[in-house]
Every structure is written in C-alpha cells, then in structure tokens.
Design a protein around this ligand. Structure first.
Ligand SMILES: [Zn+2]
Length: 142
C-alpha cells in the first residue's frame, strides 16, 4: 500500500515532467503549476489533491496510466521505481505489472543529461512517513 505521502510525491514527480492528472472519470485534466512553493507543495498542488481526494472525485489517474489514485492508496498496490527512468510507478502487490510507465510517451524522457526531477525534502513529513510505515508493519505482524 502506498501512503498518501508517497502518492503525492508520485504525482509531484510526474507533474514536474508535464504529465496531467485525469479527474472525474476522464472528463477533465489538471496540471497544477507550480508544484512546489519553497519546501512545501504549492497551494495549486494542494487544491488539486483536495479535488482528487474528494468523495465525488470519480476515477482520477495519471495521464497514460490506468491505475486510479484510490487504487494506489489501497492495500493491493505499491509504488516502485521504473527500471527505465527511475521515477515512481504503480505495481500491483499480486499479479502482473501494469502495461506502461508514464514515461512511455515522453519523447524527451529519460534524459541522462538532465538531473532527475526532485522534490524538496521536508524532514517533518519524512519522519511522519517513517513512523506511519512502522505502525503499518506492526499491524501486519499482529
Ligand atoms: Zn519510466
């Protein structure tokens, strides 16, 4: 299961490369700009996340993928790094991997001359994420 923290990071990476999010079962797309404001997600990004997380959001998925954001937040999926471009992509915990990384139709990507898009490190959020994961693995063992 990917945490909300990881899914936001997944979206942030792909937004930085210009990938949009498809919302409301395909009826609209969003690309919040800027993605970051200093060390935090921008207001535009947070507003986009609120739309995705809203109960009436319908299916929302990154353009070029078919895994919905709510699937990624479910225990059946996790996020791994694409072997080709090193950015996060969904992987089902059981079964076959999905058809494609969103990089499949980015002509300019991967580009070894450019640094990977990076997200600002927020120590507070990082610590929260680690403690969430610890709690989660304790649950699994009991
Ligand atoms: Zn890739």
């Amino acid at each position: 299961m990917a945490s909300e923290y990881q899914v936001k990071q997944y979206l942030a990476y792909w937004f930085l490369l210009g990938k949009k999010i498809v919302i409301r079962n395909g009826s609209a797309t969003l690309l919040p700009q800027p993605v970051f404001s200093g060390e935090r997600y921008s207001r535009e990004f947070e507003e986009c996340w609120q739309l995705i997380a809203a109960p009436d959001a319908g299916d929302c998925y990154l353009d070029g993928t078919s895994e919905t954001i709510s699937q990624l937040l479910s225990p059946a999926w996790e996020l791994i790094l694409c072997a080709r471009c090193q950015l996060p992509i969904p992987l089902p915990i059981r079964g076959l991997p999905p058809g494609a990384c969103p990089c499949f139709n980015l002509i300019s990507w991967p580009n070894t001359e450019l640094p990977l898009p990076r997200v600002p490190v927020n120590n507070q959020a990082q610590l929260r994420n680690i403690s969430e994961r610890l709690r989660f693995s304790e649950h699994k063992q009991s």
